[in-house]
Design a protein around this ligand. Structure first.
Ligand code: HEC
Length: 233
């Protein structure tokens, strides 16, 4: 009996709230569907350090295009705290990325991808990250592709260390070994430096190791990114 009484009370409760819900629901469906929302939070430095024409953004892509369907610039306060909300992500969007795009919103490189499994607000948490232009070249190019021969072990080809902490000092205003008349990195002028030409594979002299082949399977954007970094200095 006691149990039945409780059940009745619960049912009545449901009955009332269902009545309330009915009105609310009708109101709710009148609001147009605005798509998914991605919220990126992070502790970021170097956002404004990119050369002209590059933008650090949160952007949505379809699987078959490198051009963002939707994007929003990432910014941070003085403490480096960033909080970006990208809304209106429609069904066409298959991936949302924290990335760098160019003026045409073409993806240049990716820092992190969001998991788009859920339909609620999608949260992207970025731990402390230096997304500056040089820091990214170091992290995504030198660390992944170059340091195996240039300094990660006891060996550094042509004495060139491309490891973190050392790479900048080893190249900027330092003469090249293979082309002693040129600098490895000549700030402000990518045409007269060896780093860019090694990557672009347009040195007069052929290298015993064709470097462009090392990066061709990865982002083909690297020679241009390095060129624009040098020209920006
Ligand atoms: C498989 C080993 C290997 C990898 C990986 C490698 N290099 Fe090299 N690198 C060499 C060798 C060997 C030379 C000297 C080439 C020669 O004498 O023809 C060289 C020379 C260079 C030079 C010229 C140095 C100078 O003082 O003139 C630069 C710049 C350079 N590499 C940059 C890079 C960059 C950037 C990467 C990553 C994209 C890279 N290398 C990856 C082996 C490597």
């Amino acid at each position: 009996m006691k149990k039945l009484g409780l059940m009745t009370a619960v049912c009545m409760g449901i009955g009332f709230s269902a009545c309330d819900d009915g009105r609310l629901y009708e109101h709710h469906v009148a609001i147009p569907e605005e798509g998914r929302v991605v919220k990126l939070t992070g502790q970021l430095t170097g956002i404004d350090d990119w050369a002209n024409g590059y933008n650090v953004v949160v952007a949505g892509f379809t699987d078959d295009s490198e051009y963002a369907v939707i994007s929003k610039a990432v910014s941070a306060n003085e403490e480096g705290e960033a909080e970006i909300v990208l809304s209106g992500i429609n069904d066409e969007v298959q991936s949302v990325e924290f990335c760098v795009v160019n003026r045409l919103r073409k993806r240049i490189l990716t820092f992190q991808k969001a998991d788009l499994q859920t339909t609620d607000t999608i949260r992207m948490e970025v731990n402390q990250m230096d997304v500056g232009m040089y820091a990214t070249i170091q992290e995504q190019l030198f660390n992944t592709t170059c340091i195996s021969c240039h300094g990660a072990s006891t060996f550094a080809a042509k004495g060139l260390y491309l490891t973190e902490e050392k790479s900048y000092g080893a190249m900027v205003n330092v003469p090249s070994v293979i082309r002693p008349d040129s600098m490895l990195v000549n700030p402000g002028d990518a045409t007269t430096n060896v780093l860019y030409h090694v990557l672009a594979n347009d040195l007069d002299a052929t290298l015993s190791r064709p470097h462009h082949e090392m990066i061709s399977t990865q982002a083909t954007n690297w020679p241009n990114i390095v060129r624009d970094w040098i020209n920006k200095k």
